[in-house]
Structures are given as C-alpha cells and as structure tokens.
Design a protein around this ligand. Structure first.
Ligand code: ATP
Ligand code: MG
Length: 245
C-alpha cells in the first residue's frame, strides 16, 4: 500500500483553479521532487497536503486512510505526521535554538520538557548545531537558521517532510550545509517532498521527479527519465532551459 495517494486532487484560491486533477502515489522513504515553472502550483500542492489549503475535490490517503481536511482533530493529528519547512524559516526570534525546537512537542504533544529537550539536543547535534543550543536566531547565519527550522520540523517525529525551497534564501556557500542535512534525512528513510531549484541535487537524491505546469502534473519519472529523456514537449522545453544554465 502506498504511504500517500493523491487521486484527482483539485484546489482553488477563491474561484481560481490552481491545482487540476493531480494524481500520484508515494511509497514510504521516497524522495519526490516537484519541479516546474513559477506559478505551476508546487507550493500550493504542499500547502494542500499539510492542510493549509483545503482541497476543492479529490482525495488524499495516508496509509490507505482518506484524510478529512475539514475535521479539526484530524488536521491536528496530521500536523505531527507531516511537517513543512518554508524558504523563510520563521523561527521564534525571542526564543533560543533549543526552545524553538522543543516548543511544539511540549505545547502540542504535551511531552515532558526533559524528554522534548533530550530529543531536540539529538536533532540539533545531527544538523551540526549541538554547540548553538542557547543562541538566538539573530545570532545565527541563514544556513544555521534553516537547519534549526528543519530540526524543529523533525521534533514532532513526522513520517513525511515537505521542503519548499529551503535553500532559496541562502547565500550559495550556505546551500550545501542544508543539502547535507537533507541527505541525512534521505539516508534515514524519511519520506521527503522537495521543491527546489537545485537541479543537480534533485537529480542526485530523488526517487521520483514530478514536472508540473499550470496546476497539472505533466510528466513524472526517475531523474534520468525526466532530465535525460523527457517525453512531453513542456517538459523538454523546461529541461532544456534549466540545463543551459
Ligand atoms: N494566497 C494566494 N491567493 C491567490 N492565488 C495564489 C495564492 N498563492 C498562490 N497563488 C496562485 O496560485 C498559482 C500557483 O502558485 P504556487 O505558489 O503554488 O506556485 P509555485 O509553483 O510554488 O511557484 P514558485 O516556483 O514561484 O514558488 C499561481 O498562479 C499563484 O499566483
Ligand atoms: Mg513556490
């Protein structure tokens, strides 16, 4: 059984259709990269998955069970199964690194502070920030802040993480330290949705690449299929443009 299954998913902003009949499925541990031109609906798809925008039609199943996005309790449970990280890391500026990572487990899951802290220390060690536990976000570089944001997303032990352009706001020399963290997650068998302009990295880590345009999936396949032998004219055009850079 796939871990996640989207069937004819649609979403609108107001009366404008933004996603039209998206269908695909994801096995546990897959790394799914969403690529496509600006405005094609990549961020919107991630927002729908985590419940920030209700689907207009179609269904999403997790472990075979349809998610009822109108049910608040279901949404709350979903938040700890799927975590999203954005380009703008949105850390709490008035809290230390450690507090940023422990707040959700303590407040949302009611974990004991000592337990939340022990796990946060492990996570921060893994993202290379074990020595910054008591720093405040404005004392960190952009790459370090983004790694805290990833540790924070992992603190609720999600089954699936959604990463939306997590390296786009970073100076080029800081991009790799964040990509290294993502490699670690991938090696751990975490299911990851990845939206990024880092095409070399997309090619290296993805199990499946989904090319979107105008709110539709145009084509999907392995990195080699999409980058070396795209079948659809829209994909060919997009790929030839990015490879020229
Ligand atoms: N909050 C919103 N209200 C209305 N329309 C929106 C909103 N957010 C996005 N849109 C529209 O939905 C469409 C898809 O946007 P989305 O942000 O999903 O694209 P994207 O593929 O993530 O693009 P990018 O690569 O630029 O991030 C676009 O036409 C966009 O203008
Ligand atoms: Mg986007």
């Amino acid at each position: 059984m796939p871990q996640l299954e989207l069937v004819d998913l649609r979403a609108n902003y107001g009366d404008v259709a933004v996603l039209e009949r998206i269908s695909f499925s994801v096995e546990k541990g897959e790394i799914i990269s969403l690529i496509g031109p600006s405005g094609s609906g990549k961020s919107t798809l991630l927002r729908v998955l985590v419940g920030l925008l209700p689907p207009a039609a179609g269904s999403i199943r997790i472990d075979g069970q349809e998610i009822d996005y109108r049910n608040k309790l279901v949404l709350r449970q979903l938040r700890s199964r799927m975590a999203i990280v954005f380009q703008q890391f949105n850390l709490f500026q008035n809290m230390t690194v450690l507090a940023n990572v422990t707040i959700a487990p303590i407040k949302v899951k009611g974990q004991a502070p000592a337990e939340a802290e022990a796990y946060a220390r492990q996570l921060l060690d893994r993202v290379g920030l074990g020595n910054k536990l008591n720093a405040y976000p404005d004392q960190l570089s952009g790459g370090q802040q983004q790694r805290v944001a990833i540790a924070r997303a992992l603190a609720l032990k999600p089954e699936i993480v959604l990463l939306d352009e997590v390296t786009s706001a970073l100076d080029p020399e800081l991009v790799n330290e964040v990509l290294d963290v993502i490699r670690l997650l991938a090696a751990d068998g975490m299911t990851i949705f990845f939206v990024s302009h880092e095409m070399a990295f997309v090619r290296e880590v993805s199990s499946k690449v989904i090319f979107m345009a105008d709110g539709n999936v145009v084509e999907s396949g392995t990195p080699a299929q999409i980058f070396d032998a795209p079948q659809q004219p829209r994909t060919q055009e997009f790929v030839s443009k990015i490879l020229r850079h």
